[in-house]
Write a protein that binds this ligand. Structure first.
Ligand SMILES: CCCCCCCCCC/C=C\CCC/C=C/C(=O)SCCNC(=O)CCNC(=O)[C@H](O)C(C)(C)COP(=O)(O)OP(=O)(O)OC[C@H]1O[C@@H](n2cnc3c(N)ncnc32)[C@H](O)[C@@H]1OP(=O)(O)O
Ligand SMILES: Cc1cc2nc3c(=O)[nH]c(=O)nc-3n(C[C@H](O)[C@H](O)[C@H](O)COP(=O)(O)OP(=O)(O)OC[C@H]3O[C@@H](n4cnc5c(N)ncnc54)[C@H](O)[C@@H]3O)c2cc1C
Length: 634
């Protein structure tokens, strides 16, 4: 007899009479029906492998055992990648895109950097000959690489990196050295124990002149023994300059000195997708739990309500739910720009490079910071159980908040965006993605609170805040301040302008995607509600920017507040159906709070039982420490 599949009755009720086709949204997020089929096949292919499951929860292992267990699974995963029926690259893309990797490798993937930075660096910066020599070896995992740029003393300021690569024309070799403790490479993933090669960013010196940071291929460890090569601690020999600019002993400048930063641009684009995937997990866990959890009293004498019925809970969870769609659509737009710009750059056309740099910095900083804030709100919305390690919120939060720092610390990236905006506004040129900065914003300054009207407000804020920042810079200049001091003293304004620009890009991506997309009426309705909720939410959160740069009035704001709470109520009935549309398997969510069947309490209890401390009634430490204390009559 088939075992009755349990489904929490409240969740079951939430799923009844769904007014839209969930699969249509799943296909939209996957990039089409075929992509959904491919993803599900790959998920089955990976998640059905018993050897990829943890014998004991990772949190109960030692540091070394965690590393060993993650490496065991990562290596097994690589074999499955190579044997995947869908082919290596689609499987890798699925591992990176759908958060599938973290379903298997919960503490982190010791081989991630090999795929996320080492191979992209070879592809983006290696010469044809270098790619012929190393790419196949890297794809076949006959070498494991990392990307070693950050040093103990420098992570942000790349022009301050201390690792030196001195070209010796006699031997036609580069001598790499770490001249000081602060020059030691620090932070690169996999560098400690896993990688045997690295792309090392170092200052290139030739004929006594520093030509700036360049990438070098360096072998770190013996391929057989894995022992560090001689002198590896503070002296490296025989590196090879990737995309060599040394021709017959003479340095030939690249067309753009920042092309050596290309790998970081790629990862910033990838990070937008990754933090969105993590946010989707957090929202799914919190939403399902909030419909299972009944607590307190809404109507005196009534049964305890689902906590999702509190407007306060909807205010916590529905903006992040909307954000997952907004960030996904913006990340898709950025990915398309990346490919266009990259193809042009390969043809020697660098025109889109500033736009790509500006936008990738903006979106990486915005999506990572907003996702980190939203994940924390999702955790808090689950009360005490959200604090448990098994809820998966601590791990998801650790992953998204790391993204606020790596691949360019967010503040530094905001300032890069501001530099690009000020230049575009002042020079009234270029700026593919900031066309509104070229020429004046046309039309009346009156405010209408339609979707189009709200987008116009975002545009006014984006251009207005750049002008406020420029006015500050000019004011400092008139006072005789040097440009670098004026820039530093305008930082607060510059960052606000950069953030307003990033939010405008996300808002326009969302609105435009709904206009362009071939959506059924029910899906269009629910996504339009989410879009309107999200852009009003952000406007209310940052109303000062809009008061400063438009004719927004107190009445407008009160009207928008009313519209916002109406939208909370309108979307509430579809919250579970929307997160079900993400089609995230329980193994990917990895949380008893977010499981599809809503059997939360039993799963929490089962998780707690796995703790080593729950394998006996009295832990041995009682006899060693507590009992003597109890007897000591202090
Ligand atoms: C099995 C598979 C499993 C897969 C798992 C998937 C997981 C995926 C998610 C996780 C992904 C990765 C893991 C994370 C690993 C982390 C890695 C790292 O952190 S690597 C190190 C990152 N470090 C940085 O980002 C450093 C940040 N600093 C900088 O970029 C620079 O120092 C900068 C830009 C702040 C300043 O540089 P510089 O001082 O040289 O420039 P200026 O500010 O003076 O500007 C001059 C000029 O250049 C332009 N510019 C700057 N940068 C770029 C660029 N990158 N591209 C193009 N142009 C650039 C700038 O705009 C100025 O132009 P101008 O016209 O003169 O105004
Ligand atoms: C999880 C993780 C994984 C990582 N993986 C790698 C890797 O694989 N390879 C690698 O090379 N690196 C890696 N890194 C390092 C990472 O790239 C750096 O930590 C990051 O670039 C920040 O640089 P920093 O640590 O020097 O911070 P700092 O720049 O020292 O930041 C400290 C403070 O100074 C501020 N600040 C710095 N410059 C300015 C400025 N110009 N204007 C205003 N404020 C400023 C920052 O905003 C910040 O508040 C990783 C880091 C983490 C957390």
């Amino acid at each position: 007899m088939s075992k009755e599949i349990y489904e929490n009755p409240d969740l079951k009720k939430e799923r009844q009479n769904c007014p839209f086709n969930k699969e249509e949204i799943t296909h939209l997020l996957d990039g089409g029906k075929e992509k959904t089929i491919e993803r599900k096949q790959l998920e089955n292919y990976i998640l059905s492998d018993e050897q990829l499951k943890d014998a004991v929860p990772m949190e109960y292992l030692s540091h070394a055992d965690k590393y060993a267990e993650e490496l065991r699974k990562a290596c097994l995963l690589m074999h499955k990648l190579a044997d995947s029926p869908a082919g290596q690259v689609p499987t890798l893309r699925a591992l990176m895109g759908a958060g599938l990797g973290s379903a298997v490798l919960k503490e982190g993937n010791p081989l991630a950097l090999h795929y996320v930075m080492f191979i992209p660096a070879l592809m983006g910066q290696g010469t044809i000959d270098q790619q012929a020599k190393w790419l196949e070896k890297a794809y076949n995992l006959n070498m494991i690489g990392t990307y070693a740029q950050t040093e103990l003393g420098h992570g942000t300021f790349l022009r301050g990196l201390e690792t030196r690569a001195t070209y010796d024309p006699k031997t036609q070799e580069f001598i790499l050295e770490s001249p000081s403790l602060t020059a030691y490479k620090w932070w690169p993933g996999s560098l400690g124990k896993t990688a045997n090669y690295a792309v090392v960013m170092a200052q290139l010196y030739t004929k006594g002149k520093c030509e700036g940071t360049h990438p070098f291929m360096v072998q770190l460890r013996d391929e057989e023994t894995h022992e560090p090569l001689p002198g590896i601690v503070n002296m490296w020999l025989n590196p090879v300059c990737i995309s060599s600019y040394i021709h017959y002993g003479t340095y030939v400048k690249p067309t753009n000195s920042k092309l050596s930063y290309a790998t970081m641009v790629f990862v910033r684009v990838v990070v937008c997708q990754d933090v969105t995937t993590n946010l989707r997990k957090a929202v799914t866990i919190a939403t399902r739990y909030s419909c299972v959890r009944r607590q307190s009293e809404l109507k005196p004498g009534d049964r305890e309500p689902q906590v999702m019925d509190y407007q306060a809970q909807q205010n916590k969870l529905l903006p992040p739910l909307a954000a997952t769609f907004a960030f996904q659509l913006a990340a898709d737009h950025l990915w398309n720009l990346y490919h266009t710009a990259n193809n042009n750059i390969e043809q020697g056309d660098l025109e889109l490079l500033p736009d790509l740099h500006g936008l990738s910095c903006a979106l990486k900083a915005l999506c990572s910071s907003e996702a980190a804030n939203f994940v924390e709100v999702c955790r808090q919305s689950c009360g005490g159980h959200g604090y448990m390690s098994c809820s998966n919120f601590p791990r998801i939060y650790g992953q998204v908040t790391a993204a606020e720092t790596y691949e360019g610390e967010n503040t530094v990236l905001w300032l890069q965006v501001a530099r690009y905006l000020v230049k575009t506004r002042k020079e009234q040129s270029g700026g593919l993605s900031v066309k509104y900065l070229i020429g004046e914003e046309k039309g009346p300054k009156t405010v209408d609170t339609t979707l189009e009207g709200i987008v116009k407000l975002y545009r006014r804020a984006a251009v207005g805040l750049v002008d406020v920042a420029i006015a500050e810079l000019d004011k400092s200049g008139r006072k005789g301040e040097a440009p670098h001091d004026a820039w530093n003293h305008a930082a607060v304004y510059l960052i606000k302008a950069a953030q307003a620009h990033a939010r405008l890009f996300v808002v326009e991506s969302f609105v435009d995607s709904l206009k362009e997309g071939k959506l059924s009426a029910p899906v269009r309705t629910v996504l339009s509600q989410l879009c309107e909720l999200f852009i009003i939410y952000w406007l209310l959160e940052r109303s000062g920017d809009f008061f400063l740069c438009s004719n927004l009035t107190k009445q407008d704001l009160l009207l928008l507040n009313s519209k916002y709470v109406e939208l909370l109520a309108a979307i509430r009935p579809q919250a579970v159906n929307l997160v079900d549309s993400f089609d995230l398997r329980d193994e990917v969510l990895n949380s008893p709070l977010g499981c599809w069947d809503g059997n939360v309490y039993q799963r929490l209890f089962d998780e707690a039982a796995k703790s080593p401390l729950n394998q006996s009634n009295v832990h041995e430490s009682f006899h060693k420490y507590l009992k003597p204390l109890l007897k000591s009559n202090l």
